[in-house]
Design a protein around this ligand. Sequence first.
Ligand SMILES: Cc1cc2nc3c(=O)[nH]c(=O)nc-3n(C[C@H](O)[C@H](O)[C@H](O)COP(=O)(O)OP(=O)(O)OC[C@H]3O[C@@H](n4cnc5c(N)ncnc54)[C@H](O)[C@@H]3O)c2cc1C
Length: 467
Amino acid sequence: MPHPTPSYDLIIVGAGPGGSVAALTAAKAGLRTLFFERGARPGEKNASGCGLGPRMWRAFDFMEQLTPAVCPSMREGNAIRHHLVDETGQVAARMMTRPTRSVGYEPAARFITMNAYRSDFDPWLASLATAAGAELRCSTLITGLHHEKGRVAGVVDEQGSVHRAPMVIGADGVLSTVARAAGIRERWKRDEVVLVPQLDFAVEPGRIDDVLGDESLACWWGVDFPAAYQVFFRDGFHIGLGNWLDAWDQDAMAPLRRVVELPDFQRLIRTLHAEPRELQVHLLPWLTDPGKTYSQGVMLVGDAGGFPCPLEAEGVYQAMETGRVAAEVAAEALGAGDPSEAFLAEYERRWRASSVGVEFEAGPELARIWRALPFSPEQNMSWFIPMVSELLGGIFDWSEPHAVRMQQVAQHLRGYAPQALPFFEDEVVPLLGAVYGDEIRELTSWRSMMRMAGIALRLRRAARGRS
Ligand SMILES: Cc1cc2nc3c(=O)[nH]c(=O)nc-3n(C[C@H](O)[C@H](O)[C@H](O)COP(=O)(O)OP(=O)(O)OC[C@H]3O[C@@H](n4cnc5c(N)ncnc54)[C@H](O)[C@@H]3O)c2cc1C
């Protein structure tokens, strides 16, 4: 019996940022493209990736079309406020940072992030794909892959209907059905996925600008809770605090409650007249390396492939970029009539060469230092925060003559050496080594620095002795 002609060239499961950019790219390349979304519309679950990084504007021309007319919650911000919280719940030090002078392109010098609720952003992105000719089917849960003669030949939905195409892109997020159905992996391990409870507050439009100016994000770093992040939109903000599944041995809401109850946080709620709007709990893969992301007839993009950045878990840009690369490779594979696993290895070669892959070159070291510092509060933030607070606060102090204060601060800082120096060697030096090479690893090891300091001291004494 002749093989039924596939209705589509490419099927994409998921209409988040990864799926929509894959669909847009494929439709523009002339592929008959069908993408599925289980929600009634894209963005329905209002997933939490809302801080959009400037790399998206550099990589995708269409981002210039993102305006408040199509995305009313969008708000760009140029500053991050860091609150360092001590064990009493007081903010011991506070800092504000902005893009620095070494940032080389616009709009990265103009904004740190463009914040937009995903319930606005995702439908807009999907509409670009449908305008380019891709077909979107919502309210359709894909439950598995369809095979013919041992090869991937489409997908199956929850009604049991088969949708045919010789290639499938899994853009179905952290719990990817496609990844498992293709045999690429089983569920994430507990140390590969984070659970993030997040509270959303409504704020009258304009008030956040009035109170916070151009602040985009805030980080709450604590000695007794893992780091929490706050994202400010035009008409609201989130506060979220996640951790790897293997670290949750208690009520997952407790650390978030601790932050929300801080006096400074409560004051912010009052000043902004903020009203609690929604509690969300999402999962996110957070890996040192995505590993295998393809098999015969299948490629995984975005969270389905484990692509969020190993340091901060930025994942929207990564989903869009891998979505584009996968669709380009799909077009070439179909052109060559070869959706084999060997052909699709090209996908991994390309994403590794892209800005997404470069991020993973120091993936283990980036993820390690993040886990060891803000996510190990009792172990390391308990000395790190007092140390930084001493440094910042000790400079601006009128309690003694300044020279006396400088000596007092230096004396006090020496007390942190037993914790700070091994941390520097175990966590910071490997990262510097991964970024700059082995030479710097040797130069920056604290033992070699102590050796150099010893030599410098001896030389100074010798010079004094000669004069
Ligand atoms: C709390 C939190 C905060 C974050 N903050 C940021 C941030 O500020 N900036 C940033 O860049 N990233 C952030 N991220 C990461 C970012 O949200 C994700 O990396 C990004 O959404 C991945 O996009 P995606 O298209 O791969 O997957 P998703 O956005 O998860 O989209 C997958 C889509 O597929 C659909 N779907 C799933 N299964 C099926 C199925 N079987 N059939 C049909 N449809 C299906 C889903 O409904 C969904 O619409 C955050 C993540 C979390 C959890």
